[in-house]
Design a protein around this ligand. Sequence first.
Ligand code: UDP
Length: 308
Amino acid sequence: MRIVITGGAGFLGSHLVEHFLDRGDSVVALDNFKTGDPKNIAPFKNNKRFAFIRQDVTRYIDVRGRVDAVLHFASPASPVDYARYPIPTLKVGALGTHNALGLSKHKKAIFMLASTSEIYGDPLLSPQREDYWGNVNPIGPRGVYDEAKRFAEAMTMAYHRYHKMPVRIVRIFNTYGPRMRKNDGRAVPNFITQALTGKQITVYGRGRQTRSLCYVSDLVRGIDALLRSNVQAPVNIGNPNELTILAIAETIKRMTGSKSRIVFKPLPIDDPRVRRPNIALASAKLKWRPQIGLEEGLRSTIGYFRRG
Ligand code: UDP
């Protein structure tokens, strides 16, 4: 396959680039480096099956030659990033998705949208199933991401229904692993960086809110399985192992052998109180389930942050 990956220099994007190159596919990565990093794709530069185009996908996307699949993964994805770049976040979810769909249609390629558990907002149903419509504040600080992704799902299904295009929608739950940015503001990189540098570990609220952390290699396997399936509707991919944020902070403190103190800071506005994927659909249709436990995944992630 020849695969276009928008956001190819980002955390997930670069893992997907690596995965498909390893499988023998060709990859064209697009990124404007707003939250992506050239360092993430540096190892692939000499691979003949890899090409990179520096581009903002909210502008017309021009890729020469055959394309079999377009994976639209470009977007700020950390609450801190989308608070910093609210308008680019809305634009890449809306205009960027439109352009990536247009490219797919033109090339007769499969389109895959990187959607998100943020679709469910602060969910009133837990675990979240794909048929739950969510509880989202459109005008809060997270609305720029949540509503852009909801729009992107609507646009993807419209292209599927109106243009009869093959589409895939992956609703990605919290994912962690090597190549997350130290300063991206999310819980796992914050806690690891703080623990390794002896700074205070900042738990927001009382740390009773929950998240369910999926290791990146599990996520990539799920995405590959979805791409090769025929499921033209949203599928949750995530690890159902639900933990409180305080428990995650304590685990990281213990695993790094850190003397850092855990301190409590104000809870951000609209911070979801619970989050846990129901993965029955992925399990039935894709025969997929996560395999990497939290400690195993954290060990390799901590190793990556230690190496700097
Ligand atoms: N969080 C925290 N301390 C931090 C960063 C995040 O307690 O230094 C909390 C945050 O309030 C949220 C959870 O950790 O409840 C996960 O936040 P993250 O930014 O990783 O992503 P989210 O799941 O909210 O999109």
